[in-house]
Ligand binder design. Sequence first.
Ligand SMILES: O=C(O)CCC(=O)C(=O)O
Ligand SMILES: [Fe+2]
Length: 422
Amino acid sequence: MRGRLPPALWSAFGDQGSETVKRGENGKPPPLPKLASDDGEGPTTTTASEADSEACEVEWLRTWGNGASGQVGGVVWFVWVGLLVWARAKWARTEYIRPKEELASIGNVFEEEKKGGPQVPTIDLKDIESEDIKVRERCLQELKKAAMEWGVMHLVNHGISDQLMDRVRIAGQKFFELPIEEKEKYANDQASGKIQGYGSKLANNASGKLEWIDYFFHLVFPEDKRDLSIWPKTPSEYTECSEVTSEYARQLRGLASKILSALSLCLGLEEGRLEKEVGGLEELLLQMKINYYPKCPQPELALGVEAHTDVSALTFILHNMVPGLQLFYEGKWITAKCVPNSIIMHIGDTIEILSNGKFKSILHRGLVNKEKVRISWAVFCEPPKEKIILKPLPKTVSETEPPLFPPRTFAQLIQHKLFKKT
Ligand SMILES: O=C(O)CCC(=O)C(=O)O
Ligand SMILES: [Fe+2]
């Protein structure tokens, strides 16, 4: 039997052919059930998980049933397996529904995007390397303020062309439009440590809820550390021709250096300090995660990505101009507006630690909606797992500002976040 599959795989279980169970069109997952408490009768519609259980069982049933037709034992088995299907589906159907405390804050993302109030700052990078010290200083101060108050910002005039970003978007989108059989060839296998590839996310939270998301995860820089064998062979843009994704990764690496230099200056450090502290050109790893959020029939009950902070040093995010990213700012969830041609940048936990909390790693999450597929391309810039001990840099610590974080390697930091260990 298949293992856990992404929402898109479950999406059109209802659309069965005569010989095999056909899997569905992307973006059309089955409806989420009503909350049991809504009407006192429990869920009434088929969930993605339910469809998965049923798809497996029906595939099995069909095979078995054909061989056993006409036999009394076959009928008994049919009923028995039918009961199994029902019981499993009943057990699985609430997996996407968020806990009650979370549900209260999940609204319609298109309405949320229109709201006024505090907004993620936009930082124009055109002046960051200006010859004019005053102009450069003004730009640095804006970046510093955004990093201290928000820890997330829209970068504009970042130096990466609109054409290249569009081609990255097209390559990723086309991959997710491939038939499921094609995508499954790239399936990851978390259990055996194969983290790169195509998958679906089981949230690591106490309630064990699933996230409404398929994704593709792979290392994109440094080039000698890439495993091109797991990169999609189709669409061709992925690896051939202009090597869109590789070129984007190279340019993002340049942008990361620029930002790390600027943030170093903002902390009163020498320009190359943060770059060195996170591993430099050889060791800083850029991991791309393409987040594909199918349309969700009951978006008010689910989350694409649950609330978290990024463990990275920096994260750069491109998206397809569909809102969904929310930031927890001053006690409220704020929906990021879509800024054309911008790249969203998060300060991650790693820089928060090195800066002794002066720069924030903001809590954020991803909403889904029922009208449009949302895709985002997150590139996490991560220090090596074991080689570097991350701790507040001496310049950021004083008698009045004691270190807020204990020394940890990146691997320990991840363990600590996941399991609250060490
Ligand atoms: O889709 C987004 O905008 C955010 C995704 C995200 O936070 C993540 O992948 O860590
Ligand atoms: Fe994130």
